[in-house]
Structures are given as structure tokens and as C-alpha cells.
Design a protein around this ligand. Structure first.
Ligand SMILES: Cc1cc2nc3c(=O)[nH]c(=O)nc-3n(C[C@H](O)[C@H](O)[C@H](O)COP(=O)(O)OP(=O)(O)OC[C@H]3O[C@@H](n4cnc5c(N)ncnc54)[C@H](O)[C@@H]3O)c2cc1C
Length: 394
């Protein structure tokens, strides 16, 4: 079966879905090819922190109804070390900007519903996706669906298929300039059915390692502890996890963790990764397909949204005004912001985690950095403006 569209999008994650919605607002048609089914996508627990810019974009696009109702707006975060909590007043330091906790799978439910309601095509459960002729003016995507081989002809391909997708490996090897860092620790993440233990997110540095108290809703809490990235989750009983959380978050004024049943637990590795450039011929990479950040800075989803906002605008200028320069500059434009977020995520990660190979000199540097961040308005402002998100055009 042969099909045709202007922009063929691979992947129905935040990048692919947001791109197709932005394009449709400009009258540019697209088709999304997605490997998984809708139920699985809408049930996968991942990110939860939306920068102010992401929230504003969803609002402008009329995608904010549930987010406004169910999302939790946060004006600060806590940095906790040596048994004391220190509030970073994000809004006061950034002219009223804030972030919203609204889970990624809820964002995806909203984006999928919006795209389907306007008659958009998302082909779920596709297999064997392969890109062809990406350096020509008529790139194609081959795929199979329900045992039928199909071809999608397009003007442009957007590779929005995440870190393990097929788009990035389709670039010629000589064009792939990769910059990467793997951290010697991972995060053990849990979902717990319990009320929130705090009004705001807590980033805790302790001699036993990093811990993060986050939230998903008034009844469901997300928490993480630093762990060995090669550890097996089967080695961690619920009791061990709770004990570790309590020990790492303990304060001199006897702060209490509110506990309940743990409904999900897993270990994720931490890495930084960037490919340059993010485009080749008629293929444009966006989101995790092009870059990964450790989750400490809560930037992954937000970077994906920023990329496709640039891409949608550049495609609009190309189609409506025959101006190709924004498309040509796509990679350079995105990478400026990507590297800023890479630095912030690396910086937060380096400040807050114990590094197994250095337990003398480095911890003292970390404590000095933490004290500087909570005592100096300039240092706190730097954290705040990065955390709530820098402007899309940076
Ligand atoms: C545990 C965890 C916590 C996180 N917390 C945060 C946070 O707090 N804040 C934040 O901003 N970010 C966070 N992130 C990162 C964030 O989830 C990602 O950066 C974000 O999902 C990237 O979106 P994307 O659309 O680029 O890629 P993805 O969400 O990975 O979507 C890619 C899509 O492409 C599909 N696909 C893959 N291969 C193919 C193929 N061959 N053919 C067709 N389809 C394919 C996949 O099924 C998937 O649906 C977190 C990530 C994890 C794992």
C-alpha cells in the first residue's frame, strides 16, 4: 500500500505528537507511524515536570483543559543536605515563572485525543520501519502493519522515535558525531499510593546517596534513590527502599515520609548523549532520538517539545514563504538550547549524587556548591531560571 503526506513522523511520543499538532495548526499534513499500541503508550510512566514554556505552548494550542484541572503548579523546590531543607523560591527568582507536575502519560493522552479528534492519522502497531532516500527530495518510509507492506512517501521525515529508534542509525555513519557520558550510578524509581510527604519536590544529598521526592497526583507519589545502575530490582524489597528513603531524607526536625503500598519499581541507568548535527538531507531528529539527559534536571520531555516547536516553524516558513534558511539552521538552533540543558542536567547530577570513586575530595566540593546555591541569590537564580526553563529561542 502506498501513502503520501508532507511530513512523515516516526514515533508517537511527546515530540512526534506535538509536531503533528503544531503542523496541523499551520495546515501542513503529516502521518505518525508508531511501533506500540495506544494503551501501552498511555500507560507508560516517565516524566512529570513541565517547564513554564511547555505549559504555555499547550495552553496556546488549547491542550490545557485537563492539565489546568489536574496538574500541580509548583513555585519552588527544596534542596536538602546535612539534615536541613533549603527552599529555592523559583517564581520569586524568575519573575513569576513556575513549573507544573503533570505526568507524561497524561500529556500523551491529551495529545493523542486532540490529534485523532481533528482527523489526524496515527498508525499504531507498525513494524519494520525503514527510512529510504533521506538525502533526496522525496524521502520514503517503509513499514508493515497487520502483515501488509506499506510505503509512505513524504517531503520530509521527522525522526521522533526516541533513543532506541531507527531514525538516528539511518544517518550515514560519517555524519554521526556523538558526544556521550555514562554515570556510575542509576535511579531506583518507585510509585507509591500515599499522600504527598511534602508540598514541593525535595532533592536530597546525603552520604548514602541522592534521593528525590516527587509527586504525580494527590494520591500517587514518585520517589527515587540513587543506586548501582547494574543492580537487579529483585534485590530491593519494599522495606529496604523505604528505609533508604527515610535515611537519606532524615532531618534534624524529624521530617516524616508518608508511606503506602509501592505499586511499581524499576532501575534506570543515567546518561548524557547528543548527536550532531540533528539533521541530514530531509531527515530531522527531535527529542530523545537526538539527545538524552540524566533526569535530575527534568529536561527530557521539555527539550523534545522545544525541538519540534522549532521544526514546525521552520517547515511552515519553508512551505508558506519558500524560505529554507530556518530548516537549514534547525540543528544549530536546537543544539544551542540542548547543550544548555545538557550542562544544567549534568550540573544538578554532579552536585547531588555520590560518586563511588571519590568519597573525600569531591563530597567537599559538592557541599560547597550546595551551600553557595542556597546562600547566594545569584547562584539560586541560575538554578531557578534553568529549572523553570529558558526561552524556546535561546
Ligand atoms: C523514568 C524517567 C523519568 C523521566 N522524568 C522526566 C522529567 O521529569 N521531565 C522531563 O522533561 N523528562 C523526563 N524524562 C525523559 C522523557 O520521558 C523523555 O525525554 C521524553 O519521553 C522524550 O520524548 P520523545 O518523544 O523524544 O521520545 P519517546 O517518549 O521515547 O517517544 C518515542 C516514540 O517512538 C516510538 N518508536 C521507537 N522506535 C520506533 C520505531 N522503530 N518505529 C516506530 N515507532 C518507534 C516509541 O514507541 C515511542 O512511543 C524521564 C524519562 C524516564 C525514563
Amino acid at each position: 500500500m502506498n501513502m503520501r503526506t508532507r511530513v512523515g513522523i516516526i514515533g508517537a511520543g511527546p515530540a512526534g505528537l506535538m509536531l503533528s499538532l503544531l503542523l496541523s495548526r499551520e495546515g501542513i499534513d503529516s502521518i505518525i507511524l508508531e511501533r506500540r499500541d495506544r494503551e501501552e503508550i498511555e500507560a507508560t510512566i516517565r516524566a512529570g515536570v513541565l517547564e513554564q514554556g511547555t505549559v504555555d505552548l499547550m495552553t496556546e494550542m488549547g491542550l490545557d483543559e485537563r492539565m489546568k484541572r489536574e496538574g500541580l503548579v509548583h513555585h519552588g523546590i527544596e534542596l536538602r543536605f546535612d539534615g536541613e531543607g533549603h527552599r529555592i523560591h523559583l517564581s520569586e527568582l524568575t519573575n513569576g515563572r513556575a513549573f507544573t507536575v503533570y505526568p507524561q502519560h497524561e500529556v500523551l493522552k491529551d495529545l493523542i485525543a486532540a490529534r485523532l479528534n481533528e482527523g489526524g492519522q496515527i498508525l499504531f502497531n507498525v513494524k519494520d520501519v525503514q527510512l529510504a532516500d533521506i538525502s533526496s527530495s522525496q524521502p520514503r518510509i517503509h513499514f508493515s502493519r497487520e502483515h501488509e507492506q506499506s510505503e509512505l512517501q513524504c517531503d520530509f521525515i521527522a525522526g521522533c522515535d526516541g533513543f532506541h529508534g531507527v531514525s538516528r542509525p539511518s544517518l550515514p555513519e560519517a555524519e554521526q558525531h556523538v558526544f556521550t557520558r555514562t554515570y556510575p550510578f542509576g535511579w531506583l524509581g518507585i510509585l507509591m499510593q500515599a499522600p504527598p510527604s511534602a508540598d514541593e519536590l525535595i532533592y536530597a544529598y546525603s552520604e548514602r546517596g541522592f534521593a528525590l521526592i516527587s509527586t504525580r497526583s494527590p494520591d500517587l507519589q514518585r520517589m527515587y534513590i540513587q543506586c548501582d545502575p547494574d543492580d537487579d530490582i529483585a534485590n530491593w524489597s519494599d522495606e529496604m527502599i523505604l528505609e533508604e528513603l527515610q535515611a537519606r531524607l532524615a532531618t534534624t526536625n524529624n521530617w516524616q515520609l508518608r508511606v503506602g503500598p509501592i505499586t511499581q519499581k524499576s532501575i534506570l541507568a543515567m546518561r548524557s548523549f547528543v548527536i550532531e548535527p540533528m539533521q541530514y538531507g530531509r531527515l530531522f531528529l527531535a527529542g530523545d532520538a537526538a539527545h538524552i539527559v540524566p533526569p535530575t534536571g527534568a529536561k527530557g520531555l521539555n527539550l523534545a517539545v522545544a525541538d519540534v516547536r522549532h521544526l514546525a516553524h521552520a517547515l511552515k516558513m519553508s512551505y508558506t514563504q519558500n524560505r529554507a534558511e530556518l530548516l537549514e539552521a534547525y540543528s544549530t538552533t536546537c543544539l544551542r538550547r540542548v547543550w544548555r540543558a545538557e550542562h544544567f542536567s549534568w550540573w544538578m547530577t554532579s552536585m547531588l549524587h555520590r560518586f563511588p570513586d571519590d568519597d573525600t575530595f569531591y563530597p567537599r566540593l559538592q557541599r560547597a556548591q550546595l551551600e553557595y546555591t542556597v546562600r547566594s541569590r545569584a547562584a539560586a537564580t541560575s538554578l531557578a531560571e534553568n529549572y523553570v526553563g529558558l526561552p524556546f529561542t535561546w
